[in-house]
Design a binder for this molecule. Structure first.
Ligand code: BT5
Length: 265
């Protein structure tokens, strides 16, 4: 049992290539757990693999250094950050909007991508040192997101969905950090079980039919590659953080990496 909630120590930048990269460099110089790097914009924000995260001013771009002593799965902190995002968006916006986590690392607002998560391990073989990166589209205009409208879940921002005046970026940022650290405290004290429960509670795809483009590690080039598309009903998340689908015959299968590409409401 760990006692006392960790206090985030924030370092702000006007512009960096990627807050995940800056946080990693700070960790290399001995930065303590709880360090949070925030930038007003990123010039080369990172998504998964080779992908980029478009990061103009108006969004939240933050990376937290978290060193959980006994993390067992690489997905734990990604699910945790997803819950922090979904809870924050729900609290910040009117009840009329629909908010859902999307496995493995997205947050949807009215079924469009409003936030993404990139958790990276700091050590080659050590599971306990992580950079948890979160991007949230708050005051981004529609023109900033045009390039992503062909994506299966498109892209959106608070401003695009609700219009009107710009949202208070500082309030959104404080909310997100407070949710992240409070969930992290729960995780340190009680493990991943309550996080999985909250993730499922915040997932509006449970019981619905989806397609997953599954990826798998290929020995030939040491990379993750598409290995096929599976369709089924979402049952939840298993103890390894994998998403569990039931196929048309009712057979259950866990999927460890990939992306949900289609959803039937
Ligand atoms: C993600 O990757 O969704 C992870 C995004 C993590 C960004 C944060 S910002 C702070 C921290 N520092 C970093 O450098 N990164 C983290 P992925 O699931 O691979 O999705 C990436 C894809 O989403 C791109 O290929 C685009 O199609 C799309 N995309 C890019 N920018 C977007 C945006 N601002 N809003 C919605 N979709 C976007």
């Amino acid at each position: 049992m760990t006692s006392g909630c960790m206090t985030p120590v924030i370092t702000r930048f006007e512009s960096v290539p990627s807050t995940n990269v800056t946080a990693r460099e700070m960790a290399g110089c001995g930065a303590a757990e709880g360090t949070v790097v925030i930038a007003r914009e990123q010039t080369r924000g990172k998504g998964r693999g080779e992908r980029l995260w478009h990061s103009p001013p108006g969004g939240i771009y933050l990376s937290a250094l978290l060193y959980p002593a006994d993390v067992k799965r690489t997905t734990d902190l990604s699910l945790l950050a997803g819950v922090a995002l979904a809870q924050s968006v729900k609290e910040l916006l009117p009840k009329s909007v629909e908010v859902s986590v999307k496995w493995p690392n997205d947050c949807l607002l009215n079924w469009k991508k409003v936030g993404g998560i990139l958790c990276e391990s700091l050590g080659e073989d050590v599971l306990g040192l992580w950079v948890v990166g979160i991007g949230l589209n708050v005051n981004l205009g529609q023109s900033e997101l045009e390039a992503f409208q062909a994506n299966p879940f498109k892209a959106t921002s608070f401003l695009t969905e609700l219009g009107g005046e710009a949202f208070d970026l500082n309030a959104a940022e404080s909310m997100l950090i407070s949710k992240l650290f409070s969930l992290y405290q729960t995780y340190r004290e009680q493990g991943s079980e309550p996080i999985r429960y909250l993730w499922e509670k915040n997932c509006r795809m449970i019981g619905k039919k989806v397609s997953i483009a599954e990826t798998g590690w290929r020995r030939e080039d040491g990379r993750n590659r598409d290995v096929g598309v599976a369709t089924g009903t979402v049952l939840g998340i298993d103890e390894n953080g994998a998403i569990v689908l039931a196929n048309a015959k009712g057979e259950r299968r866990s999927y460890y990496s990939g992306e949900i590409t289609c959803y039937w409401p």
